[in-house]
Design a binder for this molecule. Structure first.
Ligand SMILES: Nc1ncnc2c1ncn2[C@@H]1O[C@H](COP(=O)(O)OP(=O)(O)OP(=O)(O)O)[C@@H](O)[C@H]1O
Ligand SMILES: [Mg+2]
Length: 511
């Protein structure tokens, strides 16, 4: 029989007004990957945060290698061999990789930090598990995938043999996901045990030894990858059938609603990442931008929304030259924006859910008159939106920060999709959302298109781009390398265009 390294036994955890975990039990065996699945707000992060000593259970016990764990804080969990890579990384950008890894765990030699020894150890770990990291690189310069490897090395550096990974693949590009699973495999082969949280059912079926599904804080099922399908997992999670296939009719596009001509934009470091981009998005169509992250997508989105200045070229929306407009003016023209980085641009975490839901409409007479807020109108609007978008919370007055990651996302989407919209600019709309919510948001975007809005969609998920778009532009080194009809596009052709900026087909035409 397999050795269990971790046992969670009938654990209950409540927050004011919510039972986040109720009588949850699960065991983690040595060398296995145990997937934790569930809707947004089901209680996954709460559960693993208790295992990592960040919260204490109200009732029930957690045992590590047979011994009761009464963790006061995460230091106690680390001392017992538990490591965690959080949903949001916790590295310090101005420090080097080595400095980040030894932070709080100094390899001391006398009173001096022995960086040389730490570096050697990091190299050894990197070698052993296939985790390419450069100890001397500055963390702020690294890609998301590289930063995640640093978090893993940091946990391994502290001798973790139980690893908790909370939605590690949500932020990775498809190539990085493959590398990541290579690392995970070498970890389990060498005896590490892993709790893995993800919303991507395909990943679950590919890597899980066992699967536990939570719904509303309770375990509703436990199975193996062989014994199940995506459809039955989705059903277990949300308690109903989920349609994976996006259903939509052929687009009926009208005139161009948004155009860029020779657009040039720089990133934060002053490098030009949008390098003379021509693009046209028509009303009544979804124009998807595919591309490897870092090819200028982020700067393009910020520039058309007025958040980043163009250094050349122009942006036109609804017949107006909006190149130098600020975000508010762009918004008032009828342009909504669901930003990629919600915590930075989308929400104010300490405000209530209600205030976050009307953040862009505060000044409307409906919600305030002569500077006095109409609280009851705001609350009524908020309650309706929360119901429509299925935001799971104790009430509209709760602080946004108390919501689960996916429910915070739904608040931003609800707000932006409300009102008189002519153009929607949306980046990574379903990152971190459960399958039921993804289905819902996809339907909302298509309905918006069918009402005549122009949609610019940027997503790192090629599946999402292919399923939703009417036309697809492949962004490569700051320009559109090609624009194709979504109906004729193949994964292979798009993949090739994303990687090289040209496809064999276009090369053939040129010959
Ligand atoms: N610090 C907190 N204070 C109050 N409520 C909280 C707190 N943390 C979590 N909750 C609530 O507990 C429930 C479970 O949240 P949790 O973050 O564990 O969900 P999750 O399964 O990780 O969801 P997601 O997939 O969206 O990340 C939610 O209703 C959430 O609002
Ligand atoms: Mg979570």
């Amino acid at each position: 029989m397999a050795n269990s390294v971790l046992e969670v036994d009938n654990v209950t955890k409540t927050f004011p007004g919510v039972v986040a975990n109720e009588d949850v039990s699960l065991t983690l065996n040595e060398g296995e990957i145990h997937c934790l699945l569930g809707e947004n707000g089901a209680g996954k992060s709460t559960l693993v945060n208790m295992v990592f000593g960040l919260y204490r259970p109200d009732r029930g016990t957690i045992r590590v290698r047979g011994q009761d764990a009464h963790f006061e804080d995460s230091g106690d969990a680390i001392a017992r061999g538990i490591g965690m890579v959080h949903q949001h990384f916790q590295l310090i950008p101005v420090f080097t990789v080595a400095e980040n890894i030894i932070l709080g765990n100094e390899v001391t030699k006398g009173a001096l930090l022995d960086l040389a020894a730490a570096r050697r150890q990091i190299h050894a770990l990197a070698e052993r598990y296939g985790l390419a990291v450069d100890p001397d690189a500055t963390v702020g310069d690294l890609s998301v995938g590289e930063q995640q490897r640093v978090e893993l090395v940091k946990a391994l550096f502290r001798d973790a043999d139980i690893l908790i990974l909370d939605e590690p693949t949500a932020v990775l590009t498809p190539g990085e996901v493959d590398d990541f699973f290579g690392v995970v495999q070498s970890l389990t082969q060498q005896g590490k045990s892993i709790i893995f949280i993800t919303h991507k059912l395909r990943e679950v079926l590919a890597v899980a030894d066992r699967i536990t599904v939570l719904r509303a804080g309770r375990v509703v099922g436990s199975t193996t990858a062989e014994g199940t399908t995506q459809q039955s997992l989705a059903n277990l999670m949300v308690g109903r059938d989920v349609v994976f296939q996006v259903e939509k009719t052929t687009a009926q596009p009208g005139a161009a609603a948004m155009q860029t001509r020779g657009l040039r934009v720089q990133d934060d470091r002053g490098l030009e990442t949008v390098t003379g981009l021509d693009m046209e998005v028509r009303s009544g169509e979804i124009f998807g931008i595919a591309g490897v992250e870092g090819n200028g997508q982020r700067e393009l989105v910020e520039a058309v929304c007025g958040m980043r200045p163009a250094t050349g070229g122009r942006v036109e929306m609804l017949g107006r030259d909006t190149t130098d407009w600020n975000p508010r003016r762009v918004n008032e023209l009828g342009v909504a924006h669901i930003p990629e980085n919600r915590s930075k641009h989308g929400v104010v975490a300490q405000y209530s859910i209600a205030d976050n839901l009307v953040l862009n409409r505060y000044s409307q007479t409906k919600f305030s008159r002569r500077g006095v807020r109409n609280t009851s109108a705001i609350d009524t609007e908020a309650a309706a939106l929360m119901e429509q978008f299925d935001v799971r919370a104790t009430g509209a007055s709760a602080a946004l920060s108390t919501l689960s990651g996916g429910n915070q996302q739904k608040v931003v989407v609800a707000r932006e999709l409300t009102g008189d919209l002519r153009i929607l600019v949306v980046a990574q709309p379903t990152r971190g959302l459960d399958v039921g919510s993804i289905e819902f948001i996809h339907r909302q975007i298509i309905e918006l298109r069918d009402r005549g809005a122009a949609v610019l969609l940027v997503s790192a998920e090629l599946d999402e781009i292919m399923a939703l778009s009417d036309r697809i532009g492949v962004m490569y080194r700051g320009r559109l390398a090609a624009t194709v009809d979504a109906a004729d596009a193949t994964r292979e052709e798009l993949g090739l265009l994303m990687a090289t900026g040209s496809s064999s087909a276009t090369d053939r035409e040129q010959q």
